[in-house]
Design a binder for this molecule. Sequence first.
Ligand code: PEP
Ligand code: MG
Length: 889
Amino acid sequence: MKFVYDFTEGNKDLKDLLGGKGANLAEMTNLGLPVPPGFTITTEACKVYLDSGEEPAALRDEVSAHLEALEARMGKKLGQPDNPLLVSVRSGAKFSMPGMMDTVLNIGLSDKSVQGLAKQAGDDRFAWDSYRRLIQMFGKTVLGVDGELFEDALEAAKAAKKVTVDTELEAADLKKLVTKFKKIVKAEAGRDFPQDPREQMDLAIKAVFDSWNGDRAKLYRRQERIPHDLGTAVNVCSMVFGNLGPDSGTGVAFTRDPASGHQGVYGDYLQNAQGEDVVAGIRNTVPLAELEQIDKKSYDQLMQIMETLENHYKDLCDIEFTIERGVLWMLQTRVGKRTAGAAFRIATQLVDQGLIDEAEALTRVNGAQLAQLMFPRFDESAKVEQVGRGIAASPGAAVGKAVFDSYTAVKWSRSGEKVILIRRETNPDDLDGMIAAEGILTSRGGKTSHAAVVARGMGKTCVCGAEELEVDTKRRRMTVPGGHVVEEGDVVSIDGSTGKVYLGEVPVVPSPVVEYFEGRMHPGADDADELVEAVHRMMAFADRKRRLRVRANADNAEDALRARRFGAQGIGLCRTEHMFLGDRRELVERLILADTDAEREESLKQLLPLQKQDFVQLFESMDGLPVTIRLLDPPLHEFLPDITELSVRVALAESRQEPHENELRLLQAVHRLHEQNPMLGLRGVRLGLVIPGLFTMQVRAIAEAAAERKAAKGDPRAEIMIPLVGTVQELEIVREEADKVIAEVEEASGTQLKLSIGTMIELPRAALTAGQIAEAAQFFSFGTNDLTQTVWGFSRDDVEASFFTAYLEKGIFGVSPFETIDKDGVGSLVKLAAKAGRETRPDLKLGVCGEHGGDPESVHFFHEVGLDYVSCSPFRIPVARLEAGRAAV
Ligand code: PEP
Ligand code: MG
């Protein structure tokens, strides 16, 4: 196996092997762009190292061969005292993990070669500054020395000299600092800073491998659902310097605005600085457009390269570049992260430019982004107290209590508080706090600062670089213009779409995207903004492409109508128990507890007209579309009085010697029906089988409602669904009774109702015997909530609060199986049941109505296994439509 690739050998499709950075450096090299020469050590080498604790045997020789070739090409040797070649050693995994892993710059500098570099560059100060940076970075990341020690020494040097910025330190000061830094290394790491350049390089490579399993990196991967076994590649790249004076500098840029998608010049530039300074958000940058005045030749070349990259990648790219004494070098490019709104806009813009087609456009957006666009926004017309404005780095409207450190953010959010994490700038150590916070506010750094990049990746609201806010993290407070002080715990609101910062809680209003789906805003109308237009077009692309139909879980006309507006093609689940809450609950309670036939029949008689009316309304609102009505499926305890409360009432009455016969009777009945595991108890079809007349009452209500709608020239399309079936016999009994009732109603009304009867598949036994069950069912709807509960043996009401956090932390699953379908377990049963069901009955209609029906990843799975539709809550319908379209690409 080959472990090392020269930049000229790779290409952008080799991300698995070369990591994102390595693959794209190779691509740029092959496009003829100015990339400093170098080579990439593969993720395979990293994996061998992580698995065995040792680098692969062949690696050392391969690195030597590539290093020699690099040296020959550059005409100098690594660390050569009079004319040193210096390299950077950078991590680069398949997926971008900004700032999560290690990088070491200026490898090759030593007590000797620092002199050579000074001569080479004609600049003593620069050489000593580079050396002190190497010892600092190497000490911290490779040798594990506490970075603060170096920072403190640097601050002390500045204080001694009475200067405030690093650049005011002169060569002699930096030379002293190098001595100090070396002492720190010796004391803390128990060894000297290595003077052998090859040793520096080898140790740095190993440190990058190790950083794959650093705490920050692991946390980030869990959050972003990046697999833990990919490993990172390592890029060894000849150094170019942005800190060689005012004709040098470094910057980051986007080929179009990552917030709006508009084409133009977007980026930040920092004169006389080295790469990491920009991303770290340490010094304030100037807008990229100003580079035109600073260095027109490099600026023009950069614009040209950006155009080449956009046309080549056919997408927004972000880039890092360095200018060394007027010569432009490309250090990195990748398809850039963007806000949800920009993703939609850019996808449609690229279609209009003829760069991509509709199908490709669908791959450029996703359901999670659409869901984000449906979040409410701040009410602009509300009375608000704006105290600052920063850069709109990641959209959303976030309200919460101000906290000034990650630890507090995590602690408070665990106890249920919503918090806004406020920092001067963030760094990778703040990741926990960023995850816990509703939003992130920083007073320094641009659109490409750590806070901005990471928040965008997480879909979290972020305002950065709000410079007029004075953040004092030590005293846990922030001073706003005018002198008002925001203390820890004070409520603030931040708007990641405008960059505005407010004191107190600002009310929120619906998003324009929701207004569009609701039909209150129309694309093409004056008030429709570009975003709505883009969403409208992308939804049309998805609808044209998708095979899966999308239905709604809705139990009342209001939800049904909204669902229709959102594009539902029917109701996939009407939970009739939701129709028995409120005033009607008592009727059901009486029905369940009835001692005599007469009592029971009386309750049923009262329930029938109420149910019928419910269905009439539902059929009317979904006229012409299928409506699946599930017969009653309550866990019994939800409809019975609370046993403790009732016991207290009885005991009180007894002690006061008051009459309490009724309560006592009720208590005895509740005791009789009490279950330890109501979810596994008397519910669903079981209830229908033990309470005579219950299901037939519901079937009659459905049939009569359908007949009434037909008489009114409507087009009701009812489907009757039997829940929690485990064996075909249960279904057969219910069907026999139902068929009788339907025939009676048809006879009485003189109409053919064409009602179909099917079942839910939500128990493992039902899935395993689906071939038999299909004999008695015209359709299956997978109840993946109960199916997940019963396949895993997880109580759906309890586990998320009890041990799921631990399971997620331990990586047993990356996401709750109640949220995203467990393909291997629950999914296998779905696949098996679908196949067996269709073998018995080729025209068997198949759908899913568990929560997974609206989950993006699960929708793709249901598409793949050939279901006919997914059903989800009304608000998730647009997401399901979009994902169904994406699944079909
Ligand atoms: C299911 O179990 O997936 C389902 C849709 O039914 P419920 O959530 O009502 O139990
Ligand atoms: Mg269920």
